[in-house]
Each structure stands twice: as C-alpha cells, then as structure tokens.
Design a protein around this ligand. Structure first.
Ligand code: SAM
Length: 304
C-alpha cells in the first residue's frame, strides 16, 4: 500500500468503528493522530501531499454521506492548476500571506500551500463549524500556519491585508440583504449574488498590487447582474486572466467553471496589461497540458 492508501485506511478503519457521523469520525481520527494515541502504520515518513491526499479520500467518503452542492470540496485537478499559477505569481523570496474566505475542507488551500515551499501563512474563513474543525486539524497535521475564523466571511473580517486571495466561490444568492447593503455590488432590487460579494470582499482584504484567484461559474459575466460586476471590476481591479476549465470536469454546461485572476491596482502598475484568455486542454493529454503550463509560466513571468 502507498502512504496515501495507508493514511486513508487508518482514518477509514477508525470511522467505520465509530458511532459518530463519518466526517466527525475523520476529525476524531486526525486528533488521535496528532496526539499520537494512534497513528497510521507508515514504513517511510509521509510527504505533505501524501497526507493531504489520504485525508482527502476519507473526506470525500464522508461528504457522500452529507453532500450539499455548495460544500463540495475543490477537486485536485482545479487545485493543482490554481496552485501552479499561484506559486508563479508570488515572489520567490520572503513570506506570502494568503486568504481563503470559503475554506471548506481546506483541500484547495492546502493544495496551494503545499505547492508554495513552506514560506506561506494563511487566514481561512468558513461559516460551517464542522468544516472548520476538520480543516483546522488537517492544517495541524500538515504543519501549515493557518489562522481560522468561523463566521460569515461577508461580515467584517478582522485580518491584515494579504498578498493573495484564493477562493472556490459558493454560487447563489446571499440571503442577508441588510449586510449586502455594505457592498457596492448589492443590486438596487432583489438579493445580491454571494459570489459577487465575495469578489468585492476579497479585494477589500488584498494588498495593493496583490492578486485574487477565484474558481468562478463560467457564465459569471452573462448573468442579469453582470453589468454591475463589470462596472465594479473596471474601477476596483485589473482583470489579469480568465481561464476556462475543460468541460469534461463538469456534469453539465451550467456547472462549468473557470479561473478568474484579478490584481488589485497599485501606483506601481502604470499600464493596464492585456487580459490572458485561455482554455485548459484535456488534462489527460500530457503534451497539451505541458504546453499550456509553459504558456502560463511565460505569462506569469512577464506579469508578476
Ligand atoms: N475550497 C473548498 C474545499 O476545497 O473544500 C470548497 C469551497 S466550497 C465550493 C464553498 C464553501 O464556502 C463551503 O464550504 C461553504 O460552507 C462556504 N461558505 C458559503 N457561504 C459562506 C459565507 N457567507 N461565509 C463563509 N463561508 C461560506
């Protein structure tokens, strides 16, 4: 068995013999591991990626028990790509601070952090208390430096501005109209889109010149509130890239997602650069994928 399989098997065996809900039992198993009262039987030390993947398999199993569309974990195919881009956009020297305002299970955040060679800290926000306990214990096992906030991330966040925001945005209406009024993207009538408000909130907490990377619905710029979003982005952000993910990753056209990369304006950015519009090839096609990543690297080198 690989280390990843052994880690999954350790958590799964624990969860099967527990009376708690599977996800709760995953948290308990991870806590046992942390305290050393029982540990996976590994013959060689596991890498951070092996640990993340082993725990991820268990979380996926637990998620099937209590699946909610907006709680879905960000899949590795998307996380690895975002991590690749994120690691190219940050400076190699010095520490990078991240914010994931919708951290969920932490899978996306830890995929990105694992790709950043350790010189990274993060704030993580999540409204669901179980998911915060889960992602917090995983952060400890992965020895990642993460500060957690259990709250509605669209309420005031008491954190320092960060170098980069990453978020797989929850899509849908934001029910709290009163709080929505604190945002420019609150429409004059009806509910705001949560995913729009998250973009505005993320920019509120990004340093000047910093980046915000989002997993967005591919039809973001086609909704009935799109013109308001366009106007907002024109004044408050620089759109650096829109990268369409392969449709084969999604159940249907309405579920298709893209990656949106924004930069917060700063005095140092004088000329507005061209927007990179790209399409990720079939991820199983290794040659096409290598070429695509090379194009992304060249773009990032010019842009960062
Ligand atoms: N990247 C995450 C992962 O890998 O597990 C998945 C993110 S999931 C698409 C969106 C998350 O946003 C869900 O976990 C949901 O509970 C959370 N969320 C939704 N509305 C929120 C809010 N107002 N404040 C904080 N978190 C919120």
């Amino acid at each position: 068995m690989t280390n990843t399989e052994k880690i999954f098997s350790f958590i799964d065996t624990y969860a099967q013999s527990s009376n708690a809900l599977y996800l709760e039992a995953v948290i308990d198993a991870c806590n046992e591991w942390l305290t050393g009262s029982s540990t996976p039987d590994l013959s060689t030390p596991a890498t951070h990626e092996e640990i993340r993947r082993g725990i991820q398999l268990a979380i996926l199993k637990g998620m099937k028990e209590s699946a909610q569309p907006n709680h879905q974990m960000t899949p590795d195919s998307i996380g690895m790509l975002l991590g690749h881009i994120a690691s190219k956009l940050v400076s190699e020297n010095g520490e990078t601070s991240l914010l994931d305002p919708t951290v969920g299970t932490g899978n996306l955040l830890y995929t990105v952090m694992n790709m950043m060679n350790g010189n990274v800290t993060a704030y993580a926000v999540e409204i669901d208390e179980v998911l915060v306990r889960l992602s917090a214990v995983v952060a400890e096992i992965l020895e990642q430096r993460v500060t957690f906030l259990v709250q509605d991330a669209l309420r005031p966040l008491f954190i320092d501005p960060v170098d980069m925001v990453i978020s797989d945005l929850p899509v849908g209406y934001y029910p709290d109209d009163e709080n929505g009024l604190n945002y420019e993207l609150m429409p004059p009538e009806g509910h705001a889109y949560a995913h729009h408000l998250f973009i505005e909130q993320s920019l509120n907490h990004t340093k000047d010149g910093g980046y915000a990377l989002f997993v967005i619905p591919s039809n973001l710029f086609e909704s009935e509130q799109a013109s308001q979003l366009h106007g907002f982005l024109k004044n408050k952000a620089i759109i650096r890239a829109v990268i369409q993910l392969p449709s084969t990753l999604f159940k249907s056209e309405v579920h298709e997602k893209s990656i949106l990369i924004l930069q917060k304006p700063s005095e140092e950015i004088i000329a507005i650069p061209e927007v990179l519009l790209a399409k990720v090839p079939d991820m199983k096609n290794k040659h096409a994928m290598a070429r695509f990543l090379q194009d992304i690297d060249e773009w990032a080198e010019k842009e960062s």
